[in-house]
Design a binder for this molecule. Structure first.
Ligand SMILES: *[C@@H]1O[C@H](CO)[C@@H](O)[C@H](O)[C@H]1NC(C)=O
Ligand SMILES: *[C@@H]1O[C@H](CO)[C@@H](O)[C@H](O)[C@H]1NC(C)=O
Length: 470
């Protein structure tokens, strides 16, 4: 009996080795056997409601052929909330060290375990056998802090959960790794321990962990205080209208929500005003960073103009501080419009090939906000043709036609749409177009002809009138 059991055990062992081997051979297209991470350090910054992660990877080629791509792996939930992902490598030695950015693209892998999502980093030059390269990866996650409790009263602090893995998810073996998590304060309710784990002040440290095989995963939950205003713009529509008569008119429609723990109970304005520190997670002011030389600024909501806004402007930037009609608590929304004018010559240029182009900032002017859905509509002057936009990251694009008063052929509108926009997306984009200056005369000519016809009509009428009296 015992012998039979032992034999059975041996068969099971052989079987499991066989399964293991077949798994290994099947995963070889990932080329994970050829690369290995010698050292990895991850810094997760949870101090605001937007999660910033800095990852340093030292990768070695242990295979026999040169490698030109390195894979990054993300659990599906993180991949869904990934707003930005950048990679760079350092070139040059010590003092002359500089960083060169590398292209990162989503990629598919056969048999991705548990729905893992991949991105591939293209190296500047292939990594030959035995060589190592150091990569700096930066990524941003939005909507990754989950308020718990989900409802709090006016005077309670906001607590949130952050979920991740203590071990970095990777298709490669990681020889040595550490993770640091930076928190907004030292107030931590609880955190998962994966020894060695330590907590000092506002920082948690996981690791060092040695020799973790590919796809190692060890879920952790950190429950901590985060009283940041979770300012989320559910929808922002920015209209940028170019008039060749000298100005750029911007109209921005916001639908803002406090995406933190929902407010429960009654709101006491008295408590709010007498003890502002008591309502720590609510927010009252918003700051919009606008370009310099801004003019005719307004701020209104459904009810009308709101006068509680302050504009500070110098030659480098303008800051508009706006105050909604009521402070925003978790779950509360505010809908408003900001409008302003800008001098055209600061944003409209002529390219060497004779086309004109608008060079304007993408993203949302409100600081520290996430925009779930951003639409930018660039309204070109009447008579503009062949619009072409250049945006430094993937966006949805389409062209529409709009009509305003006095328009004859309508205006071309370039519509750019992007989801999950963070402050790092505030980089310049361009819209090129061709324009025939004769169209600048169209409106005045039309006005003149309307007046002329009106005048002729009057003359005719008077003439008829006179002739009748006779
Ligand atoms: C709101 O303010 C703008 C700019 O100051 C002004 O042009 C507009 O007439 C005002 N609207 C109302 C309803 O007061
Ligand atoms: C657009 O403007 C930015 C500064 O706001 C400048 O750095 C950049 O070179 C400009 N791009 C083009 C194509 O003119």
């Amino acid at each position: 009996m015992e012998a039979m059991l032992r034999a059975g055990g041996a068969v099971a062992l052989v079987f499991s080795v066989f399964v293991h081997l077949s798994l290994l051979s099947r995963s070889s297209p990932l080329s994970s056997q050829d690369l290995r991470i010698v050292d990895a350090e991850r810094r997760i910054d949870l101090t605001s409601h937007i999660v910033n992660v800095f990852l340093t990877l030292k990768v070695e080629n242990t295979g026999t052929s040169p490698a030109s791509e390195i894979l990054l792996a993300f659990p599906p939930t993180q991949a869904d909330n990934l707003a930005l992902l950048k990679a760079a490598t350092s070139v040059g030695k010590r003092k002359k060290k500089s960083y060169e950015s590398l292209s990162v693209n989503p990629t598919e892998q056969p048999e991705a375990p548990n729905g893992t999502k991949y991105f591939s980093i293209s190296l500047l030059k292939p990594l030959s056998t035995g060589e190592t390269v150091t990569l700096e990866v930066f990524y941003i996650l939005t909507h990754s802090l989950e308020p718990f409790p989900v409802e709090i009263s006016q005077s309670e602090a906001q607590l949130v959960y952050y979920r991740d893995s203590a071990i970095i998810l990777s298709p490669y073996h990681i020889k040595q790794q550490k993770t640091y998590i930076k928190l907004p304060s030292s107030r931590v309710e609880s955190f998962t321990r994966v020894e060695p784990t330590s907590h000092a002040n506002a920082e948690l440290k996981y690791g060092p962990y040695e020799d973790r095989p590919s796809y190692s995963f060890s879920p952790i939950i950190v429950h901590f205080q985060n009283n940041n205003p979770f300012a989320v713009v559910e929808e922002l529509v920015r209209e940028v209208e170019i008039s060749h008569w000298g100005s750029l008119q911007i109209t921005e429609h916001y639908r803002l929500v406090h995406a933190g723990a929902r407010h429960k109970g009654v709101f006491s304005r008295l408590d709010y005003q007498s003890r502002p520190s008591f309502s720590a997670s609510s927010f009252r002011h918003l700051l919009a960073r606008l370009p310099p030389r801004v003019h005719s600024v307004y701020y209104r909501d459904e009810i009308g103009n709101i006068s509680t806004s302050h504009l500070r402007a110098d030659f480098q930037k303008s800051e508009l501080e706006i105050e909604p009609r009521y402070p925003l608590f978790g779950g509360w929304k505010a809908t408003f419009v900001i409008g302003y004018g800008l001098p055209l010559q600061d944003f409209l240029f002529e390219s060497p090939d004779g086309r004109r182009y608008l060079n304007f900032s993408f993203g949302c002017p409100l600081t520290g906000t996430v925009v779930d859905k951003l639409t930018i509509k660039v309204v070109l002057p009447e008579g503009s043709k062949e619009p072409h936009s250049v945006v430094p990251f993937p966006v949805e694009q389409r062209v529409e036609t709009s009509y305003s008063y006095l328009d004859v052929v309508g205006r071309t509108v370039v519509v750019l749409e992007k989801e999950n926009v963070v402050p790092e997306h505030n980089s310049p984009f361009q819209v090129y177009y061709t324009f025939n200056p004769i169209f600048m005369l169209a409106e005045p000519l039309m006005l003149a002809s309307v007046f002329f016809l009106f005048f002729m009509a009057c003359v005719a009428y008077l003439h008829v009138d006179l002739s009748l009296r006779k």
